[in-house]
Design a protein around this ligand. Sequence first.
Ligand code: SIN
Length: 281
Amino acid sequence: MDKVTTAAIEVRKHPGGAGAEVLGVNLNDLSDADMAVLRKAYADNGVIFFRDQTLTEDQHIAFAQRFGEIDINKFFPHIDGYPQIAKVGKEKEQKTNIGGGWHTDHSYDQIPAMGSILVARILPSKGGDTLFADMYKAYEALDDETKAEIADLKAIHSNSHVFGSKAYYDNPERREFANDAAVGSAVHPVVITHPLSGRKALYVNPGFTIKFEGRTREQSLPLLQKLFAHAMKPEFQSRFQWRPGSIAFWDNRATWHFALNDYHGEERLMHRITVAGVALH
Ligand code: SIN
């Protein structure tokens, strides 16, 4: 097992293809040295997992603010009294979940969010895991011909098919999400140089990337679908099983995620804070 140990903190690679678990840390009591270990673990692994944490809402916000400003989501309902904390929930009687397909948060913004910090609040008795996929590995494993083909391409990312009227969330269970006034799009390089690690990563995702700049959707689909099918290969993925006290902190520029919807009849409630990022190149 690949390990990095600094004082009490251990960073242990997840046995799957993405992410690492950080052990021996209390997120309510972080020294500057601890923060340096967390920043490195985050940049190296794209998603870091924590267990047995006890963050209140205020402590969740304080932890997020150590990494940057909070980027308030324009569509998600927030929890009472905390506009910074998005409510990612599924009630017992609901059938649709949030994030139930491969995507990366906020890629439809021209300055996309750096990362998302998801805290488990109410969990089903079984199921409700989240899958993560590593977009550094996905890029690195592309053949040279495909790397050359996408090297200078840009892609359009949009959210109108998700959050607009007559779109995915405009259904009786989720109508509170639909907000035509806030929908929009952005253009980003298909291959980014990651602002923290300096490594190249594939930056297209099935949730929000709709076409390449200068091409129609029809012209774009064959290559987009080839990239999506490649990036969702099992060898780039990890499956995170939530427990009370679990937290996942993922980098939206280095990973995809997918919330599994396999717990009908039970409630699941997560609190999500999204940390602001920078323009991508
Ligand atoms: C999300 O897509 O942000 C939600 C992930 C999850 O609930 O596991």
